[in-house]
Design a protein around this ligand. Structure first.
Ligand code: HEC
Length: 390
């Protein structure tokens, strides 16, 4: 996702806004003042802090920042005034002045529309089963308007009063997951209240609505130009089998290390060599361990469905996936895509920071894979506004 680097203070402000709203939500729910919606505590208000506006309206964000400082000062002055009798008049007057002079932002600018699921978290963990379920759901209900490739040019698109947006854009990263979920189930309307996007409540179970969001993210990666994904993707959750041990969840087994997924067609020659710089997981068509895995050639195999999910992310028909590799960094984000028969290089990075983050200077004479890993570590995926950007 290319764009200006947000200021550190602005990011801190957005994280604070997100966390305090989440805290309020849980407090309200714990006090029994709000119910649940789709299995999670419901946001009881029609408005929320518009983090997306603060991100682009710096003067407004500054106003909010100064007002918060004034508020913090006033609270501190009041606390000290309680304990310090002689200084009390001065403290009370300065607290009052701080509150009076603070550049309070206008509520209509600061707040944006919210839905009961605005702060919901997706329960899917971006699992391979969910991506594959989402793929089916999307093909059945969404391609007519949004198109097979997600660019909004399905056969019905031209007949709609409003063109569907392209999903191959940062859109899915900018919106909170819970609001995407709400838009899919409840539909959307234009300013005059006319429906634009149809509602799928009644047609889709919650599980399918969350799954289709996972698939749309995979689709945005699969159809991105120049190999730069508009939305960062997590390493998909999947069950893996290592040696004779019982299957475990990849997230538990990974232990904070880098992971490489390799789609293999089952012949011993196609198996990659182990590499101590990351854990290697073989992805096979049917989820079965290849008949012979020679020593030093990767220990773990992903269960069924990983093949289809990986093909969806790579943007390849499943029949052409063999040989493709995906590399995840130690924080669990997919960062690079390897092409069959080609050595790794730092040009394989698919989750790249904006132009402002210059590539680090590389020591001379290092191989392509080392250069790639150095860049991955030097440019971690960053958290912004309740979402993540590269
Ligand atoms: C009849 C055509 C149509 C169908 C079918 C359709 N959409 Fe849409 N979709 C639209 C239009 C038009 C918009 C733009 C709405 C707007 O901005 O007011 C849209 C917007 C969206 C958005 C952007 C939401 C946002 O927050 O801005 C998402 C995500 C989306 N659709 C997902 C889906 C999914 C998932 C399906 C299938 C389950 C689907 N759509 C089916 C027409 C359609």
């Amino acid at each position: 996702m290319n764009g200006p680097q947000p200021h550190a203070w602005l990011n801190a402000l957005l994280v604070l806004a997100e966390k305090s709203q989440l805290g309020l939500l849980w407090l309200w729910h714990a006090l029994g003042l709000s119910g649940t919606s789709h299995g999670q505590p419901a946001w009881p208000w029609a408005r929320r802090i518009a983090g997306e506006t603060l991100l682009i309206d710096l003067p407004l964000a500054r106003q909010v920042g100064f007002s918060l400082c004034a508020l913090a000062f006033a609270v501190l002055a009041l606390v000290v005034a309680l304990a310090w009798r002689r200084g009390r008049p001065v403290l009370l007057v300065s607290a009052g002045l701080a509150l009076l002079l603070a550049p309070w932002p206008e509520a209509s600018l600061l707040l944006g529309p919210a839905s009961p699921t605005s702060f919901h978290a997706s329960p899917t963990r971006f699992a391979v089963d969910s991506i594959v379920l989402g793929q089916r759901t999307y093909a059945r209900h969404c391609t007519a308007c949004h198109g097979n490739d997600g660019r909004g040019e399905g056969p019905l698109a031209a007949s709609l009063p409003q063109w569907p947006p392209t999903l191959v854009s940062p859109l899915l990263a900018r919106r909170a997951e819970g609001e995407l979920f709400w838009h899919v189930l409840s539909g959307m309307r234009d300013r005059r209240g006319r429906p634009t996007m149809p509602a799928f409540r009644g047609q889709l179970a919650d599980r399918e609505a969350w799954a289709v969001i996972d698939y749309m993210k995979a689709l945005s990666a699969a159809n991105s130009a120049e190999g730069n994904w508009p939305v960062p993707l997590r390493l998909p959750e999947m069950a893996i089998r290592c040696g004779d041990a019982a299957p475990v969840a990849l997230s538990q087994w990974r232990g904070g290390q880098r992971v490489r997924l390799v789609a293999v067609d089952g012949t011993a020659a196609s198996l990659p060599y182990e590499d101590p710089r990351f854990l290697t997981v073989l992805v096979t068509r049917d989820g079965r361990v290849p008949a012979q895995v020679p020593r030093f050639r990767a220990g773990c195999t992903a269960a069924a469905r990983a093949w289809e999910a990986m093909a969806a992310i790579a943007g390849l028909p499943p029949a052409e996936l063999a040989g493709t590799q995906l590399l995840a960094d130690s924080a669990g984000w997919l960062r690079a895509r390897g092409t069959p028969g080609t050595a790794w290089s730092d040009a394989d990075l698919v989750c790249v920071s904006g132009p402002a983050a210059a590539a680090p200077a590389m020591p001379a004479g290092i191989d392509g894979l080392t250069a790639l890993l150095l860049r991955m570590d030097a440019e971690p995926v960053r958290f912004v506004k309740g979402g993540f950007i590269h």
